[in-house]
Design a protein around this ligand. Structure first.
Ligand SMILES: *Cc1c(COP(=O)(O)O)cnc(C)c1O
Length: 360
């Protein structure tokens, strides 16, 4: 079977093995003579899928006991609102670190809920970098500090997170969750839309420390974490098929040695493409500063907009999908999430080298 060289930013490549397994079980899930999509979300069969997804995520990310795992809808974008609605104390305000468009959007929603401050921003320099830890300053008392761990559009990624002490650190991990080992206990809340590293679109994972879950009658029921915690993310009909695929992706991750193996592979994959950039004597220029480079989204341009256009055209002719940069940055972007095979990165790096040879 021919599979595309899929470098889409999201929704993105899924592991072929996962798709094959879903295909095999599509009409008859575990002897039920029904598709997973046709199961009641209150059935025993679906319940097992739901619990397996949660248990596997806990195991793979080593999520401590004092955290809840939720499967919600509305994408990471709804979390931009739910986080402040549930956690922003209006007397204290909240602190946001701006490293790209997604953190700007998170800030915009928080502003509607209560006072906010910008604890650091790299906007002035075109979001080429993650701020130095020493340059981040938040009010001594603030409801939380929010950051975006990987900037999907600009191609930058945090290597080390700020120490916030007793103040909850909240992170949008949509584009690098499960791509490397992280210490969950450093965070108050982690959220991620599934469609980059975890599965298809339609489900959003929230990992929240239990002491942050509060009951607030003034919140709409569906927008309160409390509701979803108390009903095991089954208050209303969850996106059952998306959660099923998530469970298959997590199984696949486990079968491939877990997060530490995936992390190792991700490093090799990104090195192939960054080397093609670094060894091009300036033919390719990376958008991100070296020490802020993302292992998930690699952003670069060529010497002229004509060459960039030609590169993208020839790449498309060769079967590469999704290499255009985001419209706000331009240039090129290769998104190489967990499910993108090493061989595809190797093929892209070779293509880049050949293109350079014939065009410089
Ligand atoms: C894709 C992405 C989002 C948006 O996710 P939706 O699920 O479409 O709302 C938010 N933040 C980051 C970092 C992303 O990469």
């Amino acid at each position: 079977m021919v599979r595309a060289y899929n470098f889409n930013a999201g929704p993105a490549a899924l592991p072929e093995e996962v798709l094959l397994k879903a295909q095999k079980e599509f009409l008859d899930f575990e002897g039920s003579h029904m598709s997973v999509m046709e199961l009641s979300h209150r059935s025993k069969e679906y319940s097992r899928v739901h619990d397996r997804a949660s248990a596997l995520l806990r195991e793979l990310m080593e999520i401590p006991e004092d955290y809840e795992v939720l499967f919600l809808q509305g994408g990471a974008s709804l979390q931009f609102s739910m986080v402040p609605m549930n956690l922003l104390d209006k007397n204290l305000g909240a602190s946001y670190i701006l490293t790209g468009s997604w953190s700007e959007k998170a800030l915009k929603e928080a502003k509607k809920v209560g006072p906010v401050e910008v604890a650091a921003s790299t906007k002035e320099s075109g979001y080429h970098a993650i701020p130095a830890l020493a340059d981040i300053q938040w009010k001594q008392e603030t409801s939380y500090v929010h950051l975006t761990s990987n900037n999907t559009i600009y191609g930058t990624q945090w290597k080390e997170f700020p120490q916030t002490g007793h103040i909850p650190l909240i992170t949008d991990m949509s584009s690098d969750i499960l791509s490397k080992k992280i210490d969950v206990s450093r965070f108050g809340l982690i959220y991620a839309g599934a469609q980059k590293n975890l599965g298809p679109s339609g489900v959003t994972v929230v990992i929240i420390r239990k002491d942050l879950i509060k009951h607030d009658d003034s919140l709409p029921t569906m927008l309160s974490y409390d509701t979803h915690v108390n009903s095991r993310s089954l208050y209303n009909t969850p996106p059952t098929f998306a959660i099923y695929l998530l469970s298959l992706v997590l199984e696949w991750t486990k079968d491939h040695g877990g997060v530490s193996q995936i992390e190792k592979l991700n490093k090799e994959k990104s090195a192939l493409i960054y080397n093609a950039i670094d060894e091009s004597s300036g033919f390719y220029t990376g958008h991100a500063d070296r020490d802020s480079r993302s292992d998930m989204n690699i952003t670069f341009t060529l010497p002229s907009s004509e060459l960039t256009k030609q590169f993208l055209q020839e790449a498309a002719n060769e079967g590469f999908i999704g290499l255009s940069g985001h419209r706000s940055v331009g240039g090129c972007r290769a998104s190489i999430y967990n499910a993108v095979p090493l061989e595809h990165c190797l093929t892209l790096a070779e293509f880049m080298k050949n293109f350079q040879k014939t065009n410089s």
